[in-house]
Design a protein around this ligand. Structure first.
Ligand code: ATP
Ligand code: MG
Length: 419
């Protein structure tokens, strides 16, 4: 006998754990839906060029982590490694910005990166993301950060921290970039990093290797080079966050792994996760639309990792109060009862009660075991004699109490028993 297993760096979501993932996804999306963000869904693959331009040619994502393929028709495609480039591409393609900005969109789905698999780092993972396209307003940056915090809090997550920085803009970043390059060129760095100094020096600050971070202690910081407009903008974001009761830590070394970020940049980290501590991140990307051939559309967005949020909940020992999958389990005794209870289960479901049925012609013992395993609070049991009297037995599986209920009043009886 041969069996297959999931590819390296991937895992399956199956009951009962899969319910937690769904609940986390829903909880992270709920604040967005209350704030005017509309749902967007884009293809799982795009033209490679979109990510090369939209994520950045020199990023790890593009140079090392993309799953690319050539179709039979000769198209160069890549499985999406992130959501922003796709969502902005879709908004531009549909011209959403022409009917008013900001265009506020949220999304959720699978992303693919060829990474070294470890706890919290997978080759297939899941994100909930949000983008507000076409407006430059510190309140929009603050809104998105507050909505992420509210999502985490609604799950009962406590141990996360918000790191905040500004990456400046086209006015002040060039001079800083040059100053940083001067500093970095004076360091003894490996060849790949030296190349990075020439292409995208800010990203060198993102290097996690101790051998590199040690040498960066005296690196110039963007904080000291921000222009007045960027300073004012950043100060307003900070004030709005404080007013909203959102704590943050200024992190002058925080840069994001992507080329298109400007001004506000942030990351959510969780200290219970070890090396893979980033549970989410985002920022402003005022230059991306033009980079993709669109009009100037200053935008801000974030992506939160669902997998790592689930791990963070586990690390904190938070159990979500998930609704039980099955509230009522039907146990028929005999053929006539099977028909009657099948109908009753359908009626319960249509009335909004989560109900299941002992399929497979089980004996009463196996059927009661299935009822208990389902987690149902109630069992509906019926045999020939019950049906002859026009009743079914409603059994509370917790207390063991049992009482007859008229078949025609089952929905009301179940509702009363569950209340
Ligand atoms: P890291 O520095 O950990 O590689 P990143 O900067 O590449 O993270 P983003 O591109 O900002 O991550 O993606 C947003 C979020 O998606 C991350 O904060 C993380 O929670 C999640 N994420 C990113 N890559 C992975 C992965 N390979 N496996 C699981 N979750 C991931
Ligand atoms: Mg990464």
């Amino acid at each position: 006998m041969s069996t297959f297993s999931a590819p390296r760096g991937t895992y399956d979501l199956l009951p009962p754990d899969s319910a937690t993932y769904l609940a986390v996804r829903d909880a992270l999306a709920a604040p967005l839906r209350r704030a005017g963000y509309g749902y967007a869904e884009t293809p799982g693959f795009e033209h490679v060029e979109l990510f090369a331009r939209g994520v950045g040619e020199s990023t790890d994502i593009v140079t090392k982590e993309m799953y690319t393929l050539t179709t039979k028709g000769g198209d160069e495609l890549a499985l999406r490694p992130e959501g922003t480039a796709s969502v902005l591409r879709a908004a531009l393609q549909a011209g959403l910005h022409r009917s008013g900005v900001p265009v506020k969109l949220w999304y959720s789905g699978s992303y693919y990166r060829y990474e070294r698999p470890q706890k919290g780092r997978y080759r297939h993972f899941s994100q909930v993301g949000a983008e507000a396209v076409g407006a430059e307003d510190p309140a929009l940056d603050a809104e998105l950060i507050v909505l992420a915090v509210d999502g985490y809090r609604s799950l009962g997550l406590r141990g996360f921290r918000l790191l905040l920085n500004s990456l400046g803009d086209t006015v002040c970043r060039p001079a800083y970039r040059a100053a940083l390059q001067d500093f970095l060129r004076g360091l003894d760095l490996d060849e790949e990093t030296r190349r990075r100094v020439e292409i995208n020096p800010l990203r060198v600050l993102d290097d996690k290797r101790a051998s590199v971070t040690e040498r960066l202690a005296a690196a110039p910081l963007l904080r000291d080079h921000l222009c007045e407009a960027c300073k004012t903008y950043h100060e307003q974001v900070r004030e709005l966050l404080t007013a909203a009761g959102v704590a943050f830590e200024d992190d002058p070394r925080l840069v994001r792994g992507l080329d298109y970020y400007t001004r506000t940049t942030f990351e959510f980290v969780h200290d219970g996760l070890g090396a893979q501590s980033a549970v989410g991140g985002g920022g402003r990307y005022d230059g991306l639309s033009e980079q993709l051939g669109g009009p100037p559309l200053p935008s801000v967005g974030w992506a939160l990792g669902v997998d790592r949020t689930v791990l963070a909940l586990q690390a904190e020992g938070v159990a979500l109060g998930l609704p039980t999958a099955t509230e009522v389990f039907a146990v028929p005794l005999g053929e006539e009862a099977r028909r009657a209870l099948f109908e009753a289960v359908t009626e319960l479901r249509r009335a909004g009660v989560a109900a299941d049925f002992a399929y497979g012609g089980k004996g009463v013992k196996a059927a009661m075991k299935a009822a208990n395993r389902s987690g149902a609070r109630l069992a509906v049991i019926a045999g020939e004699r019950d049906l002859a009297e026009g009743v079914v037995q409603l059994k509370d599986l917790v207390s063991g109490e049992q009482a007859p209920v008229r078949l025609g009043e089952l929905v009301a009886g179940v509702r009363a028993a569950l209340a």
